[in-house]
Ligand binder design. Structure first.
Ligand code: G6P
Length: 609
């Protein structure tokens, strides 16, 4: 939540900051601002609303001069979206400006402390406290003042700080909130995420918690919280700038849906060799794997839904009990964890705060942590005992698509890897799943060809107020994701139910014309799925069914609309079935005129609790 960017170099900073913010806008978009140093003074411009409002106000950056600056795009936590609550927040002398992603938990006490000393506050934000506190401690050395402040603030934060009295530098700080540094020839960057700077440099440093960095044109020096210099290594980002651009698509979401076949290829192909799953640099020994007694899968949002599918598949393959728990619940539970408990943490961003907290809680209890993460070098990846990357490339649309598919594929590969070590899956089935995984990318291409059919179906249903998803077992897990996709981007009320629960309440909501999406790809339970379809139909529902090609003829007898996926191993059906549900949500949202890539109130990376 919130995107921050900072630049120090020899070119005008404001246009570079605006461009960086445009790439971070997915992180928050209720207001934006920049602060630029022109050698003497700090120039600040902020505006409520989308970044466009700010860009127009400062003529795309031409109206503000200076080569050092910071920028921010906000997802409001403390104080409603407004010009005054927008960042940068500035100290009362107007000399120190701060951009912040995260939450300062003890801001109220610090505010009281400063107010008792005569400091007036202009905004309702927690961030202003940081700017004012730095000024309070400032005695001609910004780095010293920032270090003092860090020992007093609590919470999660990444900060970009400038001071008019030290106009050649930027300061960056990180604790429990993402921040990377970009190393260039004659310039340096700080940013919440690599997409903001990839156009300028691929050389990055990943900051660790508690570190402070001083950025100048000539380079970056990182310190620990006691101001001892820290040696950092420079990593090279290996994806192309086009990966973070729309490339002719109207929305990032559609582009990312269409990228799924390739993303699956990258996630699967390098990990299957000679009919066997190979996980390079994998941190769990065979001996440890043989001693696993219990698996928790911990995640939020769509990553949690991947975990739901994972539970069914891992239990089937391994015969080890698997519990899927929302990270926000896990962190406050009293989970039964031993050294033989494996916690699988799933996160696209690798920065979701609840997931991070759950990871730390599990680690504290002695569990081994394996994470499935997309963003290389992210906090979750770095704090895990071992990581499997999804290699899906940057995902920009708030509603995740290709990250979901690749997480699922990686989890299935992991299941196969464990199953081989444990001898729990008959060889024939092992080979069937391997072959099915290898076919998945091209089958996904085939599924995506149904775009026109889905567009047509969306035109039939886009004006419904309420849409239900039903399914059993893996189909229920898939329905949860289909329903989430729909509600997050189209704002249609939607819920997913395990079909068996229909009669325990939900069926009372079915009336003439209610749309029920029946997910029926799990052929073992197809007859049960059909019975539920008949039940809701007889109460007036319209049924849109998602099933496999060989069951289409049976389903057509009852359903009003039908979407099919090709035959694959039953465990992999959610991997194919998710694509039509993503497209359905996309086209329904498009027809309703919604802001698909930036749905209201949401942010891609949820770095607050
Ligand atoms: C946000 C995003 C979701 C995502 C969830 C978990 O809510 O909008 O798409 O599934 O966070 O994010 P993570 O990065 O941990 O997978």
């Amino acid at each position: 939540m919130c995107g921050i960017v900072g630049f120090v170099g020899r070119e005008e900073a404001a246009p570079i900051l605006l461009d960086g913010l445009a790439r971070l806008e997915y992180r928050g978009y209720d207001s934006a601002g920049v602060a630029v140093l022109d050698g003497q003074k700090l120039r600040v411009a902020k505006a409520k609303g989308r970044l466009r409002v700010l860009a127009d106000m400062i003529q795309n950056g031409r109206a503000i001069h200076g080569t050092v600056g910071i920028g921010h795009t906000r997802w409001a936590t403390h104080g409603a979206p407004s010009d005054v609550n927008a960042h940068p927040q500035v100290s009362r002398s107007g000399k120190i400006a701060v951009v912040h992603n995260g939450i300062i938990e003890n801001y109220a006490q610090l505010k009281e402390f400063l107010m008792a000393r005569g400091v007036d506050f202009a905004s309702e934000t927690d961030t202003e406290v940081v700017a004012q506190l730095i000024e309070h401690f400032y005695q001609g050395n910004l780095l010293d003042a920032v270090a003092k402040v860090l020992h007093r603030i609590e919470g999660a934060y990444s900060l970009g700080i400038v001071c008019a009295d030290e106009p050649d530098q930027l300061i960056a700080v990180r604790k429990d909130s993402p921040l990377i540094l970009g190393v260039g020839d004659g310039f340096s960057f700080l940013a919440s995420d690599v997409t903001a700077i990839i156009k300028h440099t691929r050389d990055v440093m990943y900051m660790d918690d508690g570190e402070i960095a001083v950025l100048t044109c000539d380079g970056i020096q990182v310190y620990d919280s006691f101001l001892q210099p820290v040696e950092k290594t420079i990593a090279r980002v290996d994806w192309e700038i086009d990966a973070a651009e729309k490339g002719g698509y109207e929305h990032f979401m559609l582009k990312e849906i269409m990228e799924q076949p390739d993303a699956l290829r990258k996630a699967i192909f390098p990990r299957i060799r000679d009919g066997e799953v190979v996980l390079e640099d994998f941190g769990l020994t065979d001996e440890y794997i043989r001693q696993i007694e219990k698996i928790f899968i911990v995640a939020c949002g769509s990553s949690y839904h991947v975990g739901m599918v994972g539970k069914y598949n891992l239990e089937q393959m391994l015969r080890i009990p698997v519990d899927v728990v929302l990270a926000s619940e896990f962190r406050y539970m009293d989970p039964i964890v031993t050294e033989h408990t494996l916690v699988i943490v799933i996160s696209q961003s690798g920065e979701t705060l609840d997931t991070m907290a759950a990871l730390r809680a599990a680690k504290g209890l002695g569990a081994t942590i394996l994470s499935i993460v997309n963003v290389v070098g992210s906090s979750i990846a770095r704090e895990s005992d071992t990581v499997l990357y999804t290699w899906a490339g940057p995902e920009i649309a708030v509603a995740t698509t290709k990250a979901y598919s690749t997480q699922l594929a990686v989890l299935d590969l992991l299941g196969l890897y464990f199953a081989r070590k444990l001898g729990t899956l008959p060889e024939e089935r092992y080979q069937t799943v391997i072959q099915s995984l290898l076919l998945l990318p091209s089958q996904m291409e085939q599924v995506l060809e149904c775009q026109a059919n889905i567009q047509y179906l969306a035109s039939q249903y886009f004006n419904h107020d309420s849409i239900f998803f039903i399914g059993r077992n893996l189909d229920y897990a898939l329905g949860l994701e289909g329903s989430l996709k729909l509600k997050e981007i189209s704002y249609i009320h939607s819920e997913a139910y395990a079909s068996g629960e229909l009669k325990h309440g939900t069926i009372s909501l079915i009336e003439d014309g209610t749309l029920v999406v029946a997910v029926a790809t799990y052929n073992r339970l197809f007859d049960k799925a059909m019975s539920n379809v008949v039940e809701v139909k007889s109460r007036g529902a319209d049924v849109l069914a998602l099933t496999t090609e060989d069951k289409a003829a049976d389903m057509e007898k009852y359903a009003n609309g039908i979407i099919t996926i090709p035959e694959t191993d039953e465990m992999l059906r959610p991997s194919l079935g998710v694509a039509p549900l993503q497209l359905l949500a996309y086209y329904i949202a498009l027809m309703r005129g919604c802001d698909i890539d930036k749905p209201r109130n949401l942010a891609k990376s949820v770095t607050v609790e």
